[in-house]
Design a protein around this ligand. Structure first.
Ligand code: RET
Length: 244
């Protein structure tokens, strides 16, 4: 167990933000009785709860360790990877359920995602700087393939959706693509990349903002309209005129 430096401020803000998001989702979902809508609340609440625990662990130093790379000690917040291992599959599940994607699509997305986070964690714990970059490349390639597959799978599922569900799916999909692509960039520029471009203080702030928008912001947009969530899986025949 190590002690966080000045970057702890961002970890405390992250803890507070994730906790506030959790409370908001719990309060908003309290009276919801429709099982289909409840599932989106359950997923969103678990996502921010896991992140609250992870941020608290990091802020208090439990989630921090040191890895020696080329004689230099790097501060590595390992709790991020434990968090992402669970929260990123849940985020993908949120989107796949909204889109009405098939079970096989969900398994494929979750499988690629778990591999991406696992190889990213290996990168963070590798002692050789060049090998770290190789693992980063493997993880980033998996992310690119995952995003390609996501776009294709959601397009394929589009004709099973009503217009408003499709539009919400597209908004969330675009949010996810832009936000998720920023993670490998922050990582390689930050402490983990060993290039020394982005100091830990700024890297921690960047991950905190990304995490809050990708979890609380994403959940906020997803749960904004109950009437849209009500239409999940209820495409009208008129929505697919090309089918005759
Ligand atoms: C709420 C947390 C989210 C949405 C986290 C997403 C994280 C990623 C997309 C991380 C990707 C990474 C790579 C593609 C390369 C290596 C390092 C990672 C793990 C930062």
């Amino acid at each position: 167990m190590a002690t966080p430096g000045s970057e702890a401020i961002w970890l405390w803000i992250g803890t507070a933000g994730m906790f506030a998001g959790t409370l908001y989702f719990v309060a908003r979902g309290w009276g919801v009785t429709d099982p289909k809508q409840q599932l989106f609340y359950i997923l969103s609440i678990f996502i921010t709860t896991i992140a609250t625990v992870s941020y608290f662990m990091m802020a208090t130093g439990f989630g921090l360790t040191q890895v020696e790379v080329g004689g230099v000690m790097l501060d590595i917040y390992w709790a991020r990877y434990a968090d992402w291992m669970f929260t990123t599959p849940l985020l993908l599940l949120d989107l796949a359920l909204l889109a009405g994607a098939s079970r096989n699509t969900m398994y494929t997305l979750v499988g690629l995602d778990v591999l991406m986070i696992a190889t990213g964690a290996i990168a963070a714990f590798t002692a050789s700087a060049p090998i770290r970059i190789v693992w980063w490349g493997v993880s980033t390639a998996l992310l690119l393939f995952l995003l390609y597959f996501l776009v294709k799978a959601l397009n394929d599922a589009a004709d099973q959706q009503t217009e408003s569900v499709r539009s919400l799916t597209t908004t969330l999909r675009n949010m996810l693509i832009v936000l998720w692509l920023a993670y490998p960039v922050v990582w390689i520029l930050g402490t983990e990349g060993t290039l020394g471009i982005l100091p830990l203080y700024y890297e921690t702030a960047a991950f905190m903002v990304l995490d809050l928008v990708a979890k609380v912001g994403f959940g906020f947009v997803l749960l904004r309209s109950h009437s849209v969530l009500d239409q999940v899986g209820q495409a009208t025949p008129a929505a697919s005129p090309a089918d005759d």
